[in-house]
Design a protein around this ligand. Structure first.
Ligand code: 26Q
Length: 816
């Protein structure tokens, strides 16, 4: 397939000489410097552009191939993308890692020191954002045409620092030095309206917005591994019109007033999840959601019209996947475009809309289901509220016709919550507006259809399906753990396993092979040394590479029970003070961010740091127990911690974690899991085998039962001498005074049943210690964990979405 003007393009060569020539040329033309005088930052930027050019070439060919095939395209709408650092990935995916290394060596630089300048775009917060990135990686790898739509936040999720043991949030200005990976598309700016009123023109309702901002897209490239496909993430940034700056105010010395309108517009894409403790913050969040949706839906419609003329084909050519409810406004927005702008009738528009959307739910916690006050909704999006009401009317009529007289059912299923205040239920909007709704792990989907969305599942059983999450083996083994990847490739005779992860099963017969075991352990030990070096520099804490590395790394939330892990640490501390030979040498690693407004978990971070300070300074436990809190957990930090882990803590209260994906990353890297029967832990345990998984705790049914019954955590805690001692040690100030509030959360309501699961958890930890004491046994478990993780590849997840929801075919992109 020829590109226009191709002969005029310089060749994109693959040899070291080609690469070096391009690098020198980029240094000169892009940075205005030479090999002799370039700074490492210059070299980084030029190297990035050199790699990027190779992706641009593939992107151009991908776009041409998609244009010709006019395929069904997957549009992924997400408030978060946690793509991770780009340089090493893009070198790998373009096959230029080795030449880059050689060329840099000639300059007296190592690839590692240059790659250190690469900044991770922190455009997400946790599992949902990283899932988006893993799915895009797998989509491109499967040659499926896809676009990810998101917001280009100026500041990503905050950078977490620890000051006096407490989390302090600092801005994450990820593009401060300019991101070489970003392609701004100023030509495609597009207006987005807010507020205003609805008028009737020639019998049709039309929205006249009062305020308009511009959405300006920029692209990040998403290459597939082992293919030519390069898809894109299209991220939108809010811009004020160039007229918005008030020259007169500025001339009069009123500089703040002069930029007021610019600031107000551009605030929309300023930060991820603005604090919602004020009216201003809540309104800004809803504005963000509409901003993303308006830009994306308009863009999807425009792209459709480039290749198609008939609306009847819309739902065949496009599937829009809603990553949770944050983009659920896309449903009324598409309806508005179809009805108001393109003048389709309601029924046609509705059938197109429902045929196009699919919704992924990522939670079970009812309090996490988003709702918006009708009053705010109406003020910001008056026409959308009318459409939501109309959708709701048809929806309630359908319920009435199928379940006549069931007022209660209609109340529960309505898109509008009436009490204590009228609010729009975004999850209901997403379910009603989609032809497919999925949970993210087997248990999650079952519980969704039995509890949180049970009424909907009764109404439309066929709409619900499960798609268990997965992770990118490229990112989480090949890039994060190159030593393990090399060992596996050597053993399996190639790297085909990176796109066919089931092949890891061939490692299982080696689980007892002494030589393989030795090499497996050596990889883990080297990874621990890397982590130890980092931890030493970041926190001053020394990590012993021969100790059991026990990791609890994920967002901080009470349901994830970082506190349960900490109570285990305090008990170990007690036991070691009494007898220094109990347990095995252990290093406990915590990492994760707490939402800035979530006081209760920020206190847990403080307590962890307080315990760490005392334990690490206590000569009675030296060489036996270390506790380290690694600040600022993100994708890059996960890439460092995950390969070094021996024990993976997946200890959420059963029935609360939708899936978890850290559990998969850790197991795939040979960590053994201690966990509850929650989320994807269940599927993980089924695959690795009960002998290779440390199970503890109540299951979801038992936990729900206990919550309903007469649960008395205070009494239970006193009845367990070790738990009582641990709580007393904290209350008595061994780790500093003033942690009474944290204890109250456990002894009072104990919402997440920490006390109920404590004994079972400690017993399981004792079993962990026994297994660790036998290195051959542990290594066998470790190998079998990795060997059994094939199912958790994001490639399988994407194949499931394809079969069950998307029905999208691959489009091969021919090589040059
Ligand atoms: C809610 C209301 C208003 C504003 C923001 C939010 C909000 C923001 C972020 C709600 C949820 C999130 C993030 C959720 C998340 O990361 N969920 C995780 O998704 C993973 C991928 O499916 C699962 O593996 C995890 O179990 C789930 O916790």
């Amino acid at each position: 397939m020829d590109l226009p003007h191709e002969p005029a393009l310089r060749a994109i060569g693959t040899t070291a000489a080609d690469f070096e020539r391009d690098l020198v040329s980029n240094l000169y033309f892009e940075r205005g410097t030479t090999m002799e005088s370039a700074s490492t930052q210059d070299v980084y930027q030029s190297l990035a552009v050199t790699v990027r050019d190779r992706l641009v070439d593939r992107r151009a060919r991908t776009a041409t191939a998609h244009q010709a095939a006019n395929p069904r395209c997957v549009y992924y709408l997400s408030a978060e993308y946690m793509l991770g650092r780009q340089l090493r990935q893009n070198l790998l995916y373009t096959g230029t890692e080795d030449v880059a290394r050689d060329v840099l060596k000639g300059l007296g630089l190592s690839l590692e020191e240059v790659a250190d300048y690469d900044v991770e775009p922190g455009l997400g917060n946790g599992g949902l954002g990283r899932l988006a990135a893993c799915l895009l990686d797998a989509l491109a790898t499967a040659d499926i045409p896809a676009v990810g739509y998101g917001i280009r936040y100026d500041l990503g999720l905050f950078r977490q620092t620890i000051v006096d043991g407490a989390q302090v949030e600092r801005p994450d200005d990820w593009a401060f030095d300019g991101s070489p990976w970003e392609f701004p598309q100023q030509d495609d700016r597009q207006p987005v309206g807010f507020y205003g009123r609805v008028v009737e023109v020639a019998g049709r309702r039309r929205w006249i917005p009062e305020e308009t901002v511009l959405g300006e897209p920029s692209h990040l490239l998403v290459p597939g591994y082992g293919t030519q496909t390069v898809n894109i993430v299209r991220l939108w940034r809010a811009r004020a019109d160039s007229d918005a700056f008030d020259l007169a105010d500025f001339a009069a010395g009123r500089s703040a007033e002069a930029v007021q309108e610019v600031v107000r517009s551009e605030n929309i894409s300023k930060v991820l999840y603005p604090a919602d403790s004020t009216e201003f913050g809540r309104e800004l969040r809803l504005k963000q959601q509409y901003f993303l949706v308006s830009c994306a839906v308009w863009d999807i419609v425009r792209r459709f019209h480039l290749r198609n003329s008939d609306w009847a084909a819309f739902a065949d050519k496009n599937v829009i996947q809603l990553n949770d409810t944050h983009p659920a406004l896309a449903v009324p927005e598409l309806m508005r475009l179809l009805i108001d702008e393109y003048e389709l009738d309601w029924d046609t528009a509705w059938s197109i809309t429902r045929g196009t959307f699919a919704y992924t739910c990522h939670t079970l916690l009812p309090e996490a289901l988003e709702t918006w006050p009708v009053a705010l909704f109406e003020r910001l999006l008056p026409r959308h509220l009318e459409i939501v009401y109309a959708i709701n009317q048809a929806h309630l009529d359908e319920i009435e016709s199928r379940f006549p007289g069931d007022v209660e059912l209609r109340r529960r299923l309505s898109l509008i919550q009436e009490e204590p205040e009228r609010r729009v239920r975004m999850a209901h909007l997403a379910v009603v507006g989609s032809h497919a709704v999925n949970g993210v792990a087997g248990l999650h989907t079952r519980l969704l259809t039995e509890t949180t969305l049970a009424d909907f599942a009764r109404l439309w059983p066929d709409r619900f399906r499960n798609v268990t999450n997965g992770i990118s083996p490229r990112r989480f083994v090949r890039l994060a753990n190159p030593r393990l990847a090399a060992l596996i490739s050597e053993q399996l005779g190639g790297d085909g396993w990176l796109t066919d992860l089931g092949r890891l099963a061939a490692l299982a017969p080696l689980a007892d092979d002494a030589d393989f075991q030795r090499r497996w352990r050596a990889v883990k030990r080297d990874n621990k040394l890397d982590l130890a070096g980092y931890a030493r520099a970041a926190t001053g804490v020394r990590i012993d590479p021969d100790a059991l590395v026990d990791v609890h790394v994920k967002r901080f939330h009470e349901y994830k029970r970082q506190l349960l892990k900490l109570l285990h640490v305090v008990t170990l501390h007690d036991r070691l003070r009494a007898d220094p030979r109990t347990d095995v040498p252990r290093t406990v690693v915590f990492a994760g961010k707490a939402a800035p407004g979530y006081h209760a978990v920020k206190r847990i971070i403080q307590l962890i740091n307080a315990v760490a300070a005392v334990v690490n300074a206590d000569p009675a436990v030296a060489g036996r127990l270390r506790v380290v809190f690694l600040p600022d957990y993100n994708v890059s930090r996960a890439e460092l911690i995950v390969p070094a882990a021996d024990l993976s803590e997946q200890i959420s209260l059963a029935g609360k974690e939708a899936s978890g994906t850290g559990n998969m990353k850790l197991a795939l890297n040979g960590a053994v899991t201690i966990g509850t029967l929650d989320g994807a832990n269940i599927e993980l345990r089924e695959r690795v085998g009960a002998d290779n998984f440390f199970l503890f705790g109540l299951d979801a049914a038992q936990a729900a039962e206990m919550r309903r019954g007469d649960y008395r955590p205070g009494e239970l805690a006193r009845a367990d001498p070790e738990l009582a001692a641990a709580l007393d040690a904290i209350a008595g100030g061994r780790y500093g005074a003033g942690f009474g509030d944290v204890l109250d959360s456990v002894l009072g309501r104990d919402e997440y049943l920490t006390v109920a699961d404590y004994r079972s958890y400690l017993d399981a930890q004792d079993a962990v210690a026994a297994a660790w004491s036998d290195p051959d046994r542990w290594t066998r478990m470790s190998i079998l964990n990795a060997a059994s993780c094939g199912f958790f590849s994001a490639d399988r997840t994407v194949a499931d979405y394809r079969d069950r929801i998307w029905r999208a075919d691959p489009v091969r992109v021919p090589p040059r």
